[in-house]
Design a protein around this ligand. Structure first.
Ligand code: PFF
Length: 460
Protein backbone atom coordinates (compact mmCIF):
# COMPACT_ATOMS: atom_id res chain seq x y z
CA UNK A 1 0.00 0.00 0.00
CA UNK A 2 1.10 3.57 -0.66
CA UNK A 3 0.52 6.67 1.41
CA UNK A 4 -2.62 7.23 -0.67
CA UNK A 5 -3.84 3.73 0.20
CA UNK A 6 -3.59 2.19 -3.28
CA UNK A 7 -1.82 -1.06 -4.20
CA UNK A 8 1.72 -0.67 -5.54
CA UNK A 9 1.60 -3.67 -7.92
CA UNK A 10 4.22 -6.35 -8.66
CA UNK A 11 6.15 -7.60 -11.67
CA UNK A 12 5.61 -11.06 -13.03
CA UNK A 13 8.80 -13.15 -13.05
CA UNK A 14 10.07 -12.16 -16.48
CA UNK A 15 8.50 -8.72 -16.08
CA UNK A 16 11.21 -7.58 -13.72
CA UNK A 17 14.00 -8.80 -16.00
CA UNK A 18 12.49 -6.99 -19.00
CA UNK A 19 11.98 -3.75 -17.09
CA UNK A 20 15.38 -3.69 -15.37
CA UNK A 21 17.22 -4.70 -18.54
CA UNK A 22 15.26 -2.01 -20.35
CA UNK A 23 16.40 0.55 -17.81
CA UNK A 24 20.02 -0.53 -18.12
CA UNK A 25 20.17 -0.75 -21.91
CA UNK A 26 19.93 2.73 -23.35
CA UNK A 27 21.87 5.58 -24.90
CA UNK A 28 24.72 4.59 -22.59
CA UNK A 29 25.16 1.32 -24.48
CA UNK A 30 24.53 2.31 -28.06
CA UNK A 31 25.73 5.91 -28.10
CA UNK A 32 28.16 6.47 -25.23
CA UNK A 33 29.96 3.12 -24.89
CA UNK A 34 31.07 2.84 -28.54
CA UNK A 35 32.57 6.31 -28.55
CA UNK A 36 34.31 6.18 -25.17
CA UNK A 37 35.73 2.77 -26.07
CA UNK A 38 37.00 4.22 -29.33
CA UNK A 39 38.50 7.22 -27.54
CA UNK A 40 40.22 4.87 -25.09
CA UNK A 41 41.61 2.63 -27.84
CA UNK A 42 39.44 -0.46 -27.31
CA UNK A 43 41.06 -3.71 -26.06
CA UNK A 44 42.47 -2.93 -22.64
CA UNK A 45 39.68 -0.44 -21.88
CA UNK A 46 37.06 -3.08 -22.68
CA UNK A 47 38.75 -5.50 -20.32
CA UNK A 48 38.85 -2.96 -17.49
CA UNK A 49 35.22 -2.09 -18.16
CA UNK A 50 34.23 -5.77 -17.91
CA UNK A 51 36.05 -6.05 -14.59
CA UNK A 52 34.23 -2.92 -13.31
CA UNK A 53 30.86 -4.38 -14.28
CA UNK A 54 31.60 -7.63 -12.44
CA UNK A 55 33.39 -6.27 -9.37
CA UNK A 56 31.53 -2.99 -8.77
CA UNK A 57 28.37 -2.83 -10.88
CA UNK A 58 27.02 -6.30 -10.16
CA UNK A 59 27.41 -6.16 -6.35
CA UNK A 60 25.82 -2.68 -6.19
CA UNK A 61 22.96 -3.82 -8.39
CA UNK A 62 22.31 -6.70 -5.98
CA UNK A 63 22.47 -4.23 -3.07
CA UNK A 64 19.88 -1.94 -4.71
CA UNK A 65 17.56 -4.89 -5.39
CA UNK A 66 17.84 -6.04 -1.76
CA UNK A 67 16.95 -2.56 -0.49
CA UNK A 68 14.01 -2.30 -2.88
CA UNK A 69 12.46 -5.71 -2.38
CA UNK A 70 12.91 -5.74 1.38
CA UNK A 71 11.31 -2.33 1.84
CA UNK A 72 8.75 -2.38 -1.03
CA UNK A 73 9.37 1.35 -1.20
CA UNK A 74 10.80 4.10 -3.42
CA UNK A 75 14.44 5.27 -3.18
CA UNK A 76 13.87 7.45 -0.09
CA UNK A 77 11.30 5.24 1.64
CA UNK A 78 13.57 2.21 1.20
CA UNK A 79 16.24 3.63 3.52
CA UNK A 80 13.59 4.71 6.04
CA UNK A 81 11.90 1.30 6.03
CA UNK A 82 15.09 -0.61 6.86
CA UNK A 83 16.01 1.74 9.69
CA UNK A 84 18.39 3.90 7.69
CA UNK A 85 17.58 7.20 9.48
CA UNK A 86 19.62 9.94 7.86
CA UNK A 87 20.64 7.62 5.03
CA UNK A 88 17.35 8.55 3.39
CA UNK A 89 19.30 11.58 2.09
CA UNK A 90 21.04 9.16 -0.28
CA UNK A 91 17.63 8.23 -1.67
CA UNK A 92 16.70 11.90 -1.89
CA UNK A 93 19.85 12.55 -3.88
CA UNK A 94 18.79 9.72 -6.18
CA UNK A 95 15.38 11.28 -6.82
CA UNK A 96 17.01 14.61 -7.69
CA UNK A 97 19.50 12.83 -9.95
CA UNK A 98 16.66 11.05 -11.75
CA UNK A 99 14.93 14.36 -12.27
CA UNK A 100 18.02 16.04 -13.75
CA UNK A 101 19.21 13.05 -15.78
CA UNK A 102 15.82 12.55 -17.40
CA UNK A 103 15.59 16.21 -18.38
CA UNK A 104 18.59 16.04 -20.71
CA UNK A 105 18.45 12.34 -21.62
CA UNK A 106 15.06 12.90 -23.22
CA UNK A 107 16.58 15.57 -25.47
CA UNK A 108 19.07 13.15 -27.06
CA UNK A 109 16.37 10.49 -27.15
CA UNK A 110 14.28 12.95 -29.15
CA UNK A 111 17.08 13.25 -31.74
CA UNK A 112 16.75 9.53 -32.49
CA UNK A 113 13.11 10.07 -33.48
CA UNK A 114 14.03 12.91 -35.84
CA UNK A 115 16.74 10.71 -37.37
CA UNK A 116 14.37 7.77 -37.69
CA UNK A 117 11.96 9.93 -39.68
CA UNK A 118 14.80 11.42 -41.72
CA UNK A 119 16.18 8.02 -42.64
CA UNK A 120 12.75 6.64 -43.53
CA UNK A 121 11.97 9.59 -45.77
CA UNK A 122 15.33 9.41 -47.53
CA UNK A 123 16.59 12.78 -46.26
CA UNK A 124 20.23 11.62 -46.52
CA UNK A 125 20.01 10.30 -50.07
CA UNK A 126 22.78 11.64 -52.26
CA UNK A 127 24.51 13.54 -49.45
CA UNK A 128 28.18 13.30 -48.59
CA UNK A 129 29.66 13.14 -45.10
CA UNK A 130 30.07 16.88 -44.70
CA UNK A 131 26.50 17.55 -45.80
CA UNK A 132 25.16 15.09 -43.26
CA UNK A 133 27.36 16.72 -40.62
CA UNK A 134 25.95 20.12 -41.52
CA UNK A 135 22.42 18.77 -41.39
CA UNK A 136 23.06 17.67 -37.81
CA UNK A 137 24.56 21.06 -36.90
CA UNK A 138 21.52 22.84 -38.34
CA UNK A 139 19.18 20.51 -36.51
CA UNK A 140 20.88 21.27 -33.19
CA UNK A 141 20.45 24.96 -33.78
CA UNK A 142 16.74 24.63 -34.50
CA UNK A 143 14.87 25.45 -31.28
CA UNK A 144 11.44 24.35 -32.50
CA UNK A 145 12.63 20.91 -33.57
CA UNK A 146 14.72 20.38 -30.44
CA UNK A 147 11.87 21.22 -28.12
CA UNK A 148 9.23 19.39 -30.15
CA UNK A 149 11.07 16.06 -30.20
CA UNK A 150 11.93 16.41 -26.53
CA UNK A 151 8.20 16.99 -25.89
CA UNK A 152 7.25 13.92 -27.93
CA UNK A 153 9.71 11.75 -26.01
CA UNK A 154 8.59 13.04 -22.61
CA UNK A 155 4.98 12.58 -23.71
CA UNK A 156 5.57 8.90 -24.57
CA UNK A 157 7.40 8.39 -21.27
CA UNK A 158 4.56 10.00 -19.30
CA UNK A 159 1.86 7.91 -21.00
CA UNK A 160 3.66 4.66 -20.18
CA UNK A 161 4.52 5.53 -16.56
CA UNK A 162 1.00 6.84 -15.92
CA UNK A 163 -0.24 3.34 -16.81
CA UNK A 164 1.51 1.98 -13.71
CA UNK A 165 3.88 -0.90 -13.14
CA UNK A 166 1.87 -3.75 -14.59
CA UNK A 167 -0.33 -2.09 -17.22
CA UNK A 168 2.22 0.55 -18.24
CA UNK A 169 5.90 -0.24 -17.77
CA UNK A 170 5.73 -4.04 -17.78
CA UNK A 171 3.38 -4.22 -20.74
CA UNK A 172 5.57 -1.97 -22.89
CA UNK A 173 8.99 -3.34 -21.90
CA UNK A 174 7.78 -6.90 -22.58
CA UNK A 175 7.20 -5.87 -26.17
CA UNK A 176 10.05 -3.42 -26.74
CA UNK A 177 12.89 -5.51 -25.29
CA UNK A 178 12.40 -8.58 -27.52
CA UNK A 179 11.95 -6.28 -30.53
CA UNK A 180 15.19 -4.51 -29.59
CA UNK A 181 17.09 -7.81 -29.53
CA UNK A 182 15.63 -8.85 -32.87
CA UNK A 183 16.64 -5.56 -34.53
CA UNK A 184 20.08 -5.88 -33.01
CA UNK A 185 20.46 -9.41 -34.39
CA UNK A 186 19.49 -8.23 -37.88
CA UNK A 187 21.99 -5.37 -37.78
CA UNK A 188 24.67 -7.67 -36.44
CA UNK A 189 24.23 -10.29 -39.15
CA UNK A 190 24.63 -7.54 -41.69
CA UNK A 191 27.76 -6.23 -40.00
CA UNK A 192 29.40 -9.68 -39.71
CA UNK A 193 29.52 -9.80 -43.50
CA UNK A 194 30.96 -6.34 -43.89
CA UNK A 195 34.58 -5.71 -44.74
CA UNK A 196 35.66 -4.05 -41.49
CA UNK A 197 34.27 -6.70 -39.12
CA UNK A 198 37.59 -8.49 -38.47
CA UNK A 199 39.32 -5.20 -37.73
CA UNK A 200 36.48 -4.23 -35.38
CA UNK A 201 36.86 -7.49 -33.45
CA UNK A 202 40.60 -7.02 -33.09
CA UNK A 203 40.14 -3.44 -31.92
CA UNK A 204 37.61 -4.49 -29.30
CA UNK A 205 39.21 -7.60 -27.91
CA UNK A 206 42.97 -7.34 -28.30
CA UNK A 207 44.22 -5.62 -25.15
CA UNK A 208 47.14 -3.28 -25.45
CA UNK A 209 47.96 -2.25 -21.91
CA UNK A 210 50.49 0.36 -22.93
CA UNK A 211 47.54 2.47 -24.09
CA UNK A 212 45.67 2.26 -20.82
CA UNK A 213 45.77 5.42 -18.70
CA UNK A 214 44.45 6.14 -15.22
CA UNK A 215 41.88 8.36 -16.89
CA UNK A 216 40.58 5.35 -18.85
CA UNK A 217 40.18 3.31 -15.68
CA UNK A 218 38.24 6.13 -14.05
CA UNK A 219 36.04 6.48 -17.09
CA UNK A 220 35.30 2.75 -17.05
CA UNK A 221 34.21 2.89 -13.40
CA UNK A 222 31.99 5.93 -13.98
CA UNK A 223 30.40 4.45 -17.07
CA UNK A 224 29.58 1.19 -15.31
CA UNK A 225 27.21 3.15 -13.03
CA UNK A 226 25.57 5.00 -15.87
CA UNK A 227 25.07 1.98 -18.07
CA UNK A 228 23.65 -0.22 -15.31
CA UNK A 229 21.33 2.55 -14.00
CA UNK A 230 23.03 2.44 -10.61
CA UNK A 231 23.64 5.00 -7.90
CA UNK A 232 20.32 6.84 -8.06
CA UNK A 233 17.76 4.36 -6.82
CA UNK A 234 16.33 3.23 -10.16
CA UNK A 235 17.04 -0.39 -9.32
CA UNK A 236 15.86 0.17 -5.72
CA UNK A 237 12.57 1.46 -7.14
CA UNK A 238 12.16 -1.32 -9.72
CA UNK A 239 13.29 -3.85 -7.09
CA UNK A 240 10.47 -2.70 -4.82
CA UNK A 241 7.93 -4.24 -7.20
CA UNK A 242 9.75 -7.60 -7.22
CA UNK A 243 8.16 -10.66 -5.59
CA UNK A 244 9.84 -13.27 -3.39
CA UNK A 245 9.77 -15.77 -6.24
CA UNK A 246 12.66 -14.01 -7.99
CA UNK A 247 16.28 -14.66 -7.14
CA UNK A 248 18.06 -11.34 -6.68
CA UNK A 249 21.61 -12.44 -7.58
CA UNK A 250 20.35 -14.38 -10.58
CA UNK A 251 18.29 -11.43 -11.85
CA UNK A 252 21.24 -9.06 -11.36
CA UNK A 253 23.60 -11.36 -13.26
CA UNK A 254 21.13 -11.56 -16.16
CA UNK A 255 20.63 -7.77 -16.28
CA UNK A 256 24.38 -7.02 -16.09
CA UNK A 257 25.10 -9.74 -18.67
CA UNK A 258 22.53 -8.50 -21.19
CA UNK A 259 23.59 -4.88 -20.73
CA UNK A 260 27.23 -5.75 -21.39
CA UNK A 261 26.28 -7.93 -24.33
CA UNK A 262 24.34 -5.09 -25.96
CA UNK A 263 27.16 -2.58 -25.41
CA UNK A 264 29.62 -4.91 -27.13
CA UNK A 265 27.15 -5.70 -29.93
CA UNK A 266 26.62 -1.97 -30.51
CA UNK A 267 30.39 -1.65 -31.08
CA UNK A 268 30.32 -4.61 -33.44
CA UNK A 269 27.60 -2.91 -35.45
CA UNK A 270 29.18 0.55 -35.48
CA UNK A 271 32.92 -0.20 -35.75
CA UNK A 272 32.87 -2.20 -38.99
CA UNK A 273 31.23 0.83 -40.59
CA UNK A 274 34.00 3.05 -39.23
CA UNK A 275 36.72 0.72 -40.44
CA UNK A 276 35.08 -0.05 -43.78
CA UNK A 277 34.58 3.62 -44.64
CA UNK A 278 37.72 4.82 -42.82
CA UNK A 279 35.87 7.47 -40.87
CA UNK A 280 38.18 10.02 -39.31
CA UNK A 281 38.89 9.51 -35.60
CA UNK A 282 37.91 13.14 -34.93
CA UNK A 283 34.31 12.58 -35.90
CA UNK A 284 34.24 9.57 -33.57
CA UNK A 285 35.39 11.45 -30.56
CA UNK A 286 32.98 14.32 -30.86
CA UNK A 287 30.50 12.77 -28.49
CA UNK A 288 27.24 13.11 -30.37
CA UNK A 289 29.05 13.05 -33.69
CA UNK A 290 29.18 9.43 -34.53
CA UNK A 291 25.53 8.46 -34.41
CA UNK A 292 24.01 11.51 -35.96
CA UNK A 293 26.55 13.16 -38.19
CA UNK A 294 28.51 10.26 -39.56
CA UNK A 295 26.62 6.99 -39.46
CA UNK A 296 23.46 7.94 -41.39
CA UNK A 297 25.32 8.40 -44.62
CA UNK A 298 27.31 5.21 -44.28
CA UNK A 299 24.26 3.12 -43.59
CA UNK A 300 23.04 4.24 -46.99
CA UNK A 301 26.25 3.13 -48.63
CA UNK A 302 25.84 -0.43 -47.46
CA UNK A 303 23.85 -3.07 -49.29
CA UNK A 304 20.27 -2.78 -48.01
CA UNK A 305 21.17 0.53 -46.37
CA UNK A 306 17.73 2.04 -46.87
CA UNK A 307 16.53 -0.52 -44.31
CA UNK A 308 19.41 -0.49 -41.83
CA UNK A 309 19.38 3.26 -41.18
CA UNK A 310 15.75 3.37 -39.98
CA UNK A 311 16.19 0.09 -38.09
CA UNK A 312 19.22 1.45 -36.28
CA UNK A 313 17.54 4.69 -35.19
CA UNK A 314 14.38 2.97 -34.03
CA UNK A 315 16.58 0.58 -32.05
CA UNK A 316 18.23 3.48 -30.24
CA UNK A 317 14.84 5.13 -29.66
CA UNK A 318 13.39 1.95 -28.10
CA UNK A 319 16.47 1.50 -25.93
CA UNK A 320 16.19 5.11 -24.74
CA UNK A 321 12.45 4.85 -24.05
CA UNK A 322 12.79 1.86 -21.73
CA UNK A 323 15.40 3.91 -19.82
CA UNK A 324 13.44 7.17 -19.62
CA UNK A 325 10.45 5.36 -18.12
CA UNK A 326 12.64 4.02 -15.32
CA UNK A 327 14.00 7.51 -14.65
CA UNK A 328 10.52 8.99 -14.39
CA UNK A 329 9.37 6.07 -12.22
CA UNK A 330 12.08 6.88 -9.63
CA UNK A 331 10.68 10.39 -9.21
CA UNK A 332 7.01 9.41 -9.44
CA UNK A 333 7.31 6.50 -6.97
CA UNK A 334 8.74 8.90 -4.39
CA UNK A 335 5.81 11.31 -4.72
CA UNK A 336 3.27 8.48 -4.61
CA UNK A 337 4.74 6.52 -1.67
CA UNK A 338 5.95 9.36 0.50
CA UNK A 339 3.67 12.25 -0.31
CA UNK A 340 0.49 10.40 -1.15
CA UNK A 341 0.09 11.74 -4.69
CA UNK A 342 -2.00 9.77 -7.19
CA UNK A 343 -0.02 8.10 -10.00
CA UNK A 344 -1.61 9.83 -12.96
CA UNK A 345 -1.37 13.32 -11.46
CA UNK A 346 2.18 12.73 -10.21
CA UNK A 347 3.33 11.42 -13.59
CA UNK A 348 1.83 14.24 -15.63
CA UNK A 349 2.80 17.01 -13.19
CA UNK A 350 6.37 15.89 -12.65
CA UNK A 351 6.79 14.94 -16.29
CA UNK A 352 5.90 18.49 -17.31
CA UNK A 353 8.34 20.04 -14.81
CA UNK A 354 11.12 17.75 -16.09
CA UNK A 355 10.20 18.64 -19.66
CA UNK A 356 10.55 22.34 -18.84
CA UNK A 357 13.99 21.83 -17.27
CA UNK A 358 14.99 19.83 -20.37
CA UNK A 359 14.22 22.82 -22.61
CA UNK A 360 17.40 24.47 -21.29
CA UNK A 361 19.43 21.46 -22.42
CA UNK A 362 17.60 21.28 -25.73
CA UNK A 363 18.57 24.86 -26.47
CA UNK A 364 22.14 24.54 -25.30
CA UNK A 365 23.59 22.73 -28.31
CA UNK A 366 23.71 25.78 -30.52
CA UNK A 367 20.21 27.25 -30.51
CA UNK A 368 20.74 29.79 -27.70
CA UNK A 369 24.32 31.10 -27.41
CA UNK A 370 24.03 31.95 -23.71
CA UNK A 371 23.08 28.36 -22.88
CA UNK A 372 25.63 26.86 -25.28
CA UNK A 373 28.50 28.76 -23.73
CA UNK A 374 27.33 28.25 -20.14
CA UNK A 375 30.18 26.52 -18.33
CA UNK A 376 29.92 26.15 -14.57
CA UNK A 377 32.79 23.67 -14.34
CA UNK A 378 35.12 25.39 -16.75
CA UNK A 379 36.46 22.35 -18.65
CA UNK A 380 36.25 22.18 -22.42
CA UNK A 381 34.12 19.03 -22.19
CA UNK A 382 31.58 20.74 -19.94
CA UNK A 383 30.76 23.68 -22.18
CA UNK A 384 27.00 24.18 -22.49
CA UNK A 385 24.15 23.56 -20.09
CA UNK A 386 23.62 20.03 -21.42
CA UNK A 387 27.25 18.96 -20.95
CA UNK A 388 27.40 20.56 -17.51
CA UNK A 389 24.44 18.50 -16.32
CA UNK A 390 25.85 15.31 -17.83
CA UNK A 391 29.20 15.95 -16.16
CA UNK A 392 27.59 16.49 -12.76
CA UNK A 393 25.40 13.40 -13.06
CA UNK A 394 27.92 10.96 -14.55
CA UNK A 395 31.01 12.03 -12.63
CA UNK A 396 29.51 13.06 -9.32
CA UNK A 397 25.93 12.18 -8.53
CA UNK A 398 25.90 8.55 -9.70
CA UNK A 399 29.28 7.52 -8.23
CA UNK A 400 28.57 9.32 -4.93
CA UNK A 401 25.12 7.72 -4.71
CA UNK A 402 26.61 4.32 -5.54
CA UNK A 403 29.30 4.72 -2.91
CA UNK A 404 26.79 5.41 -0.15
CA UNK A 405 24.50 2.59 -1.25
CA UNK A 406 27.48 0.19 -1.12
CA UNK A 407 28.54 1.44 2.32
CA UNK A 408 25.01 1.29 3.70
CA UNK A 409 24.25 -2.22 2.46
CA UNK A 410 27.78 -3.46 3.15
CA UNK A 411 28.17 -2.09 6.66
CA UNK A 412 24.85 -0.89 8.08
CA UNK A 413 22.09 -3.16 6.85
CA UNK A 414 21.39 -6.10 9.17
CA UNK A 415 23.09 -9.29 8.09
CA UNK A 416 19.86 -11.25 8.63
CA UNK A 417 18.02 -9.02 6.13
CA UNK A 418 20.73 -9.35 3.50
CA UNK A 419 21.04 -13.07 3.95
CA UNK A 420 17.31 -13.63 3.72
CA UNK A 421 16.84 -11.51 0.60
CA UNK A 422 19.90 -12.98 -1.08
CA UNK A 423 18.70 -16.54 -0.87
CA UNK A 424 15.03 -16.12 -1.78
CA UNK A 425 14.22 -17.77 -5.12
CA UNK A 426 16.83 -19.94 -6.83
CA UNK A 427 20.51 -20.18 -5.94
CA UNK A 428 23.25 -18.88 -8.24
CA UNK A 429 26.96 -19.41 -8.65
CA UNK A 430 27.77 -16.08 -6.97
CA UNK A 431 27.51 -17.02 -3.31
CA UNK A 432 26.62 -14.68 -0.48
CA UNK A 433 30.13 -14.50 0.96
CA UNK A 434 31.69 -13.49 -2.36
CA UNK A 435 29.06 -10.79 -2.86
CA UNK A 436 29.43 -9.58 0.72
CA UNK A 437 33.15 -9.14 0.22
CA UNK A 438 32.62 -7.18 -2.98
CA UNK A 439 29.99 -4.89 -1.47
CA UNK A 440 31.86 -4.28 1.78
CA UNK A 441 35.36 -3.72 0.42
CA UNK A 442 35.90 -3.80 -3.33
CA UNK A 443 33.03 -1.58 -4.54
CA UNK A 444 33.29 1.23 -1.95
CA UNK A 445 37.09 1.44 -2.17
CA UNK A 446 37.08 1.51 -5.97
CA UNK A 447 34.37 4.17 -6.07
CA UNK A 448 36.08 6.22 -3.35
CA UNK A 449 39.18 6.24 -5.54
CA UNK A 450 37.29 7.74 -8.47
CA UNK A 451 35.65 10.34 -6.29
CA UNK A 452 39.03 11.36 -4.89
CA UNK A 453 40.49 11.40 -8.38
CA UNK A 454 37.71 13.71 -9.53
CA UNK A 455 38.29 15.99 -6.54
CA UNK A 456 41.94 16.22 -7.42
CA UNK A 457 40.96 17.30 -10.88
CA UNK A 458 41.60 14.36 -13.16
CA UNK A 459 39.93 15.04 -16.47
CA UNK A 460 37.75 12.03 -17.37
N1 PFF B 1 21.33 2.98 -18.08
C1 PFF B 1 20.89 4.00 -19.00
C2 PFF B 1 21.77 3.97 -20.23
O1 PFF B 1 22.77 3.23 -20.28
O2 PFF B 1 21.48 4.69 -21.17
C3 PFF B 1 20.88 5.36 -18.36
C4 PFF B 1 20.18 5.41 -17.04
C5 PFF B 1 18.84 5.03 -16.94
C6 PFF B 1 20.87 5.79 -15.90
C7 PFF B 1 18.20 5.01 -15.72
C8 PFF B 1 20.25 5.78 -14.68
C9 PFF B 1 18.92 5.39 -14.59
F1 PFF B 1 18.34 5.38 -13.44
Amino acid sequence: MNANGSERGNWTKLGFIFAATGSAIGLGNIWKFPYITYENNGGAFVLVYLICIAAIGLPIMIAEMILGRKSQRNAVGAFKAVGGGKWKIVGGLGVITGFVLLSYYSVVAGWTLEYFIKSVTGAFDGMDESEVGKLFGDFLKNPVKQISWHAVFMGLTIIIVAGGIVKGIQRITKILMPVLFIIMAILLIQSVFSEGFGQALTFLFRPNFSELTLGSVLEAVGHSFFTLSLGMGAIITYGSYMTDKDSIPKSAIIVCGLDTFVALMACMIIYPIIFTFKISPESMTKSAGILFSTLPIHFLNMPGGFLFGPLFFILVAFAALTSTISLLEVVVAYFIDELGWRRVQATIGLGIVIFVLGIFSALSNGAVPALSSFNLIGKSSTAGFFNTLDYLVSNWLLPVGGFFIAVFVGWRLQVAVKDEEYYKGEKTFLNYRAWNFLIKFVAPVAVAIIIIAVIFGREF
